[in-house]
Structures are given as C-alpha cells and as structure tokens.
Design a protein around this ligand. Structure first.
Ligand code: ATP
Ligand code: MG
Length: 481
C-alpha cells in the first residue's frame, strides 16, 4: 500500500488559527457540561479542544446534537479528573463524562493508521453514546490491538497522536475544526472553514481510500449532505456510486446505528433520496430496494416517502418517533409483495402475512439489526392491519384496546395516503374511536366485513392527500413503546 497522502501532508501542514475576535463560536453556544470538561482538563494542564459536529454546527448557526472533546490526556488521566466518568470501547478507549443529563465524549488525540499498516489499522469512530453494544470497531480484546487486513479496511486500532494527527484522521474537513479552550481560537488544519463557508462536504485525504478504510463514511457523507444541505465535493461523491458494496461487510449492529441516524435525524426524506441516488440504499434495505425497483413501484415509494415525511415532521415538532414504525413502513411493500406470492401459491391471507413477515424480518436483520423491542411492535403493527378490516361484532372493541392500536391505525392512514384503497375503512375507524357507545354499537351492526386489507395489492393511483391528516397522526403509537 502506498503511504496515504493525508498522512504525508499532515506532517508538514501549518494550521490556520483564527483568533476569538474573528469567529463566531462563543461559550454561550457551548453546553455547560462540555465547558466544564474543557476547563477541568485545561486546569489540569492538558490540551483540550471542542471538535466535530459541535464546532461545525455552532459555526453554521445550528444547535449541535452533542459535543465531543479531544485532548492529549490519556483515557486513564481523563478518568482521574472526573467522578462521573467511565471508559468505553475495548478497541479504542474513550471517556464518557456525565455532567447532569449530558454525556460528553472525551477522546485522546489519535493518529491515522500508519501508512505502512494501511491494510491493517483501525476501524474508527464506531462508538455511539446511546448504543453501547459492540460494533465493528469494538470487537477486539482490550489492549491486544490485533491486526487484520481486509481490502484496505481498517480493522486494528491505531495509536495516540498529536492534535494535528488527530485532525487528519477525521472524516470530513468540516468535522475537523478545533475550538481551543486555552485561547478560544479556532484551529483548522484541513481547510474545513473554507469548505464550511462554501457549503461543501469534502473528505480528508484520498476519498476512495478513506471510504475503503471505513465504508460507513459513505453513509456519513450522505447524512451530512442531507442535514446541512451541503454539496458533496465531486471527488468525494464519485466513489460513492461504485463502492456501496463495501457496506455489505459492515456489521448489522453498526448499520442499525447508522440507519437510525440516517432516518431519525430530521432529514429522512433528503437522506433517502441521496442514498438511492448513490446506490447505497439497497445495501441497507435490499428487499425494500428490490420492491421499489419493481415495475409497480409507485405505491411502495409513496408509502416510504410519506412515512419519512411524517417522521421528519414529528421530529421538527419535537415529538417522539420509533424505529418500529419506521421499519414497518420501510419493509411493508417488500413484505406484502412476498405475502402476495405466497397467497398465489395457496396460502390464506393471514398465514401469508405472518409467514412473509417472518421471512422479511429474518432477512433484514442480517443487514441492519433491529432489536426485539422494536421488531415485536413492528410485527404487531403489521398484524393489526388485518384485524382492522374486521369491523363487525365484538372484534372492533377488542382491537381498540390493543396496546398497539394507535400505531396500527396511524399506519393504516399512511397506507391510505399512499394510495391503497382503504380510505373508507380509515374513515370508519376514525369515527368509531370517538363515537358514543350507542353509535359504536350501531356501527358494528351495520358494517360489512371488508376485503379492504389492501393486502391483495389493490390500489388506486390517486394523488397524495394534501390534508396532512396521516402525517399529523402517524407514529403516535410510539407512546406505547
Ligand atoms: P453529529 O454528532 O451531528 O451526527 P458529528 O460530526 O459530531 O455529527 P460524530 O459521530 O459525533 O459525528 O463524530 C464526532 C467526530 O468524530 C466527527 O465530527 C469526526 O471528526 C469524527 N468521526 C466520526 N466518525 C468518523 C469516521 N467514521 N471516520 C473518521 N472520523 C470520524
Ligand atoms: Mg457528534
């Protein structure tokens, strides 16, 4: 392997240092917790910087999701400074410092994998504050730092380094800006500020090599482009079209984490479009992609788009969202197509839906894991779709008390919005929920048993409802999580 360019450049690079008076990061934009950690490290004689999304988002006038700190203190030294601190990551140790409700991630500066080890090295930044389960990067035993090569992918961990080396091993230039707590200056080694001002997302170093080292950077490229409304620099965008297959080797646990970040970060619609544009979506949801690519792709595409629009709207309104509903929508089309095939082969509708659900979920979790606490409610949402067609006798009363009724009802509205012929049924349930006892009794007496499950691929091509009804109601089932 050739020495990596970014590594070579790192050694001779001169950072641009922007003094406090010439940039817009003020301490009032930084969380109290992050400031506390920065000051404590500084006062103990260590270097301490804010880095990553926190700096990037504040510079863009956005509210950061979280704050990451980089320091020359070793993890054990960080731990000595804080009472509420624990070290995570078996392969690369990071400190999580709890300050009130905040968790500040403190990482010791590290170098990019040595150029000579480029086929070894480390799989970086696979940690997630909310998902402590092991991912690709956390699977090695502590301290042993084993090496393993796989197509230039980094499998082994790397070494501690200087702040400069730390900058060059990061993914995008805009993610490698450092706010120095010592003098409140901004330090830019990689040209991140210029890219930030130009609205440009650019990988540090050779893009193809950086994607090969860690293919998840492709998903991160799409996620940041969608979230920030940035253009991916042509050199960084070009390899995306051909390297999607590298994602097939990433663990399902890590892809699950990334999937949630992609679709539950408030920009799911644009993210989905970009993922499909670059041919990456099919590597996360192959069965959905196959269904979307199918001749009659109109309906599943609208359903997925409506579900994602709905998710974004809920997040914008500060409401909760659940992976159960998201996955239910993403996989519904593929599940139903399979169920339809099973029905053609002689299975009854209920059996076919059940069996197709089993098959699709079992296949999907091989790609992006889905914890049982979400896959079970997702299956209930699906199963209830058939029960919702039974609107005579006592059944509707029982269905109404089901803990997943609300989510299932919202899902039905979504299907109607996407064009399935179930509007009448939706209206029936909308009325039934608010009707007085007498009226409810009258409704179940006169109702005909419908064949409106929509599971038989009946659909109309009506245009999307502008009422926003399904959008405002959907996903409220997550309250039952
Ligand atoms: P956000 O938290 O808003 O999603 P972020 O940029 O802070 O965005 P994190 O996942 O929190 O993303 O990572 C923090 C920083 O760590 C990044 O800004 C980047 O500098 C570095 N980083 C994260 N993942 C990688 C990776 N796969 N390869 C190289 N550097 C990474
Ligand atoms: Mg972050």
């Amino acid at each position: 392997m050739q020495p990596s360019l970014h590594k070579a450049v790192a050694i001779i690079s001169i950072p641009k240092i922007i003094p406090r008076a010439e940039h817009t990061i003020s301490r009032s934009n930084i969380s109290e917790g992050a400031l506390k950690v920065l000051y404590r490290l500084k006062n103990a004689g260590y270097q301490a910087y804010l880095v990553g999304g926190g700096v990037r988002d504040v510079l863009l006038g956005r509210e950061p999701k979280d704050f990451d700190v980089a320091t020359n203190a070793l993890p054990e030294q960080v731990r000595e400074q804080f009472r509420n601190c624990h070290l995570i990551g078996r392969r690369f140790r990071l400190a999580h410092v709890r300050v009130g409700a905040d968790i500040i991630e403190v990482a010791t500066f590290r170098a990019a994998p040595n150029a000579d080890d480029a086929d070894a090295g480390a799989n970086q930044d696979t940690r997630d504050k909310n998902n402590p389960h092991p991912t690709d990067g956390d699977t090695c035993a502590s301290g042993s730092m084993p090496r393993a090569a796989k197509d230039g992918r980094i499998m082994r961990d790397n070494v501690y380094g200087s702040v400069e080396e730390d900058a060059w091993r990061r993914d995008f230039t805009i993610n490698a800006l450092y706010y120095n707590i010592d003098d409140f200056s901004l330090v830019d080694y990689t040209g991140g500020l210029e890219d930030l001002n130009a609205g440009r997302l650019r990988l540090i170093g050779d893009p193809e090599q950086r994607y090969r080292e860690d293919p998840v950077r492709m998903l991160r490229a799409v996620r940041f482009a969608a979230k920030l409304g940035f253009r991916i620099d042509p050199d960084s965008a070009a390899p995306l079209f051909k390297l999607g297959y590298l994602l097939d080797d990433i663990s399902s646990a890590r892809l699950y984490d990334e999937t949630l970040k992609l679709f539950m970060g408030g920009y799911a619609v644009q993210t989905f479009q970009l993922l499909r544009h670059y041919g990456l979506f099919g590597h996360l949801f192959p069965y959905t992609e196959a269904d979307l690519a199918h001749e009659e792709s109109h309906f599943p595409l609208i359903l997925v788009t409506c579900a994602l629009t709905n998710t974004d709207a809920r997040i914008a309104a500060g409401k909760t969202t659940t992976p159960a509903f998201l996955y239910a929508a993403l996989l519904w089309g593929a599940m139903r197509t399979l169920a339809h095939q099973m029905q053609v082969q002689g299975m009854n509708e209920a059996e076919a839906l059940q069996e197709a659900g089993n098959v699709i979920v079992a296949r999907q979790v091989q790609r992006t894991a889905l914890p049982k606490r979400f896959s079970l409610p997702m299956r209930e949402i699906w199963n209830l779709q058939l029960r919702l067609t039974q609107i005579t006798g006592k059944r509707p009363f029982v269905t109404l008390t089901h803990p997943r009724f609300r989510a299932a009802y919202d899902f039905m509205l979504l299907r109607a919005e996407a064009g399935e012929e179930i509007q009448e049924l939706c209206d029936w349930w909308t009325r039934f929920q608010i009707a007085e006892d007498d009226e409810q009794q009258g409704m179940v007496n006169v109702a005909r048993t419908g064949t409106v499950a929509g599971t038989g691929k009946k659909r109309t091509r009506r245009s999307r409802s502008k009422s926003g009804k399904a959008v405002s109601a959907s996903q409220s089932g997550d309250s039952a999580e």
